[in-house]
Design a protein around this ligand. Structure first.
Ligand SMILES: [Zn+2]
Ligand SMILES: [Zn+2]
Length: 151
């Protein structure tokens, strides 16, 4: 099944559908004329690709591997994420596990201008953007390779 569009959300079948979703529906629309990249989240502990997502008050995302339970704060290079205030993201199908990819829009100097954290529900295939990061601390113009390693 290919990507099916339903409003701002799209139904896919697996994490591969996150690439066209992010590139065509999100980055192309919101960040025109700059380079785009999509990087998929993989657990550093067990190499699994399914996570429960938690979002803190400032919209930073923590992913917890559903296989080995390791937590990771997505692209939290300036360490602003507050896991204690985070609450779990539940899909409209009431399931929580999803595969995750991050779409990056780069600026002229190769640093990240915007990033979009997207998930594809492993139960129903719903793809959506769960958070957008666009403002980093003053010292935080983070180069893409550093960000891509922290997805
Ligand atoms: Zn794991
Ligand atoms: Zn779902």
């Amino acid at each position: 099944m290919a990507l099916k569009k339903k409003g701002v959300w799209s139904h896919g079948t697996n994490a591969n559908d996150l690439d066209p979703y992010l590139l065509r529906h999100v980055l192309k629309r919101h960040c025109q004329g700059v380079p785009h990249h999509v990087t998929h989240s993989v657990c550093s502990g067990c190499a699994a690709t399914a996570f429960d997502l938690f979002i803190d008050k400032a919209m930073h995302i923590v992913r917890t591997c559903t296989a080995c339970k390791i937590d990771h704060m997505i692209c939290d290079l300036d360490r602003k994420c507050d896991p204690d205030s985070a609450s779990e993201i539940i899909c409209s199908c009431m399931y929580s596990e999803c595969e995750v990819a991050v779409g990056f829009a780069l600026m002229d100097n190769g640093t990240v201008g915007h990033l979009y954290v997207a998930g594809c529900c492993t139960e129903c295939g719903l793809c959506g953007v769960y958070s957008v990061y666009s403002e980093w601390s003053p010292e935080g113009d983070f180069p893409f390779p550093n960000m891509a390693k922290s997805v």
